[in-house]
Design a protein around this ligand. Structure first.
Ligand SMILES: Cc1ncc(COP(=O)(O)O)c(C=O)c1O
Length: 388
């Protein structure tokens, strides 16, 4: 890993940062672009916020991001985080008593709560399917297929899972579910900038992804992608100047009803969103495809050494593991204490998780990490868990 990439980040050099997955980290040039947008806004708030001006700026972001993720720019809107985007989708659905939401046992906890809330109000039922491990495409699709009933109204899946860092092979089951009239919703919080993504080809009804994690945009940048036919169903939650009763296109600001409803929602600081193209530029300027490949190789090396000291096999084959994020099994332990000790005694920031009765350390490797970060982690875990 070339050493000089770390200098582009604001991360505290006193911390061995192995948790890009939780909130990402934003490079300095992207932060500069972000602050520049904030200053332009403060210099001339009225002119800046004029929809005639902002529409154009928003369109530039949607075009740049759309090219990155295989989306028609007109099917993309800004939301502040994946949780917010998925709440909009879940809470727009017209679920009734006995309707079923099919999902898995690997979903992100805040979204599991969202579905419990939505289903609880509607009298609907959540069906979390246990996905057999080790993960294979066939077993994955089969487990979900078998759980579909004539009451299944929604299929909700992570693209990359949070506790287990697996890449779910979602394309086949999404196509099958759609053919059966089931609404397909994908939580792509970890996918943009991490794995190749073509949301149009995937064809899910709704795909929500974060730009502030692996794309390295400022915090507060996520997108909601909707198939055109499903856009009218969405309740933006905030009804503002861009809304009309009939939902006709063009809307009040000249965009589609979908764009106008979401893009103009009272006074919001769009600076982070406007800096998304700067994040894409930073990645291109630094050949991030090659950087990611090196990070993936380093993550696998560290995981192999880690398995060597714990004696516990990897949770997944490299082909189905998130390239730059690996959940590495550890013996049963007090996970909160281990997390605390790693940070306070060894200066290592890394999540320690308990999931389905098993414990993991979830390693993230990004361009700023160095091979010695892995060695620091291995030595600390060996000490703290008394592994020889
Ligand atoms: C799978 C998954 N979904 C959703 C989220 C939530 O993302 P955000 O905090 O941006 O809403 C996360 C966060 O790590 C996640 O791992």
């Amino acid at each position: 890993m070339p050493d000089d990439l770390a200098r582009h980040f604001l991360l505290n050099p006193g911390v061995t940062f192995l948790n890009h997955g939780s909130y990402g980290a934003c490079p300095r040039p992207v932060m500069e672009a972000y602050r520049d947008w904030q200053e332009r806004l403060e210099a001339q708030p009225v002119a800046f916020m004029d929809p005639a001006h902002l529409t154009e700026r928003f369109s530039e972001v949607r075009i740049a991001l759309g090219a990155e993720i295989g989306a028609d720019p007109d099917d993309l809107v800004w939301v502040t985080n994946a949780t917010a985007g998925l709440n909009i989708v879940a809470r727009s659905l017209d679920l009734g008593p006995g309707d079923e939401v099919l999902t898995t046992d690997h979903e992100y906890s805040a979204l599991t709560k969202t579905w419990a809330f939505v289903a609880g109000r509607a009298g609907a039922v959540i069906r979390p399917v246990r996905i057999p491990l080790p993960l294979t495409e066939e077993a994955f699709a089969d487990a979900l297929r078998k759980a579909i009933t004539d009451r299944t109204k929604v299929l909700f899946l992570s693209h990359i899972t949070s506790p287990t860092a697996l890449v779910f092979p979602i394309a086949g089951i999404v196509a099958e579910a759609r053919a059966r009239g089931i609404v397909t919703i994908i939580d792509g919080a970890h996918a943009p900038g991490h794995i190749p993504l073509d949301v149009t080809a995937l064809g899910a009804d709704y795909y929500v992804g974060n730009c502030h994690k692996w794309l390295m945009a400022p915090k507060g940048t996520a997108f909601l992608h909707s198939r055109p036919a499903m856009q009218a169903l969405l309740d933006p939650r905030v009804i503002s100047h861009g809304w009309t009763e009939a939902g006709e296109s063009p809307g009040p600001f000249g965009g589609s009803a979908f764009l106008d409803r979401f893009q103009f929602q009272g006074t919001r600081d769009p600076s982070a969103w406007l800096a998304v193209p700067a994040a894409i530029r930073f990645r291109n300027d630094h050949d991030w495809g090659a950087v990611s490949a090196r990070c993936g190789a380093l993550a696998q090396e560290i995981a192999a050494e880690f398995a060597g000291i714990t004696g516990l096999p990897a949770l997944a084959a490299p082909e189905v593991s998130a390239p730059q994020m690996i959940a590495m099994p550890i013996p049963d332990c007090d996970t909160e204490k281990l997390h605390r000790d790693l940070l306070s005694r060894y200066g290592i920031e890394i999540p320690v998780l308990r999931w389905a009765g098993r414990c993991f350390v979830r390693l993230s490797i990004q361009g700023y990490n160095r091979p010695e970060d892995g060695r620091t982690l291995l030595a600390a875990v060996r000490d703290l868990l008394d592994l020889r």
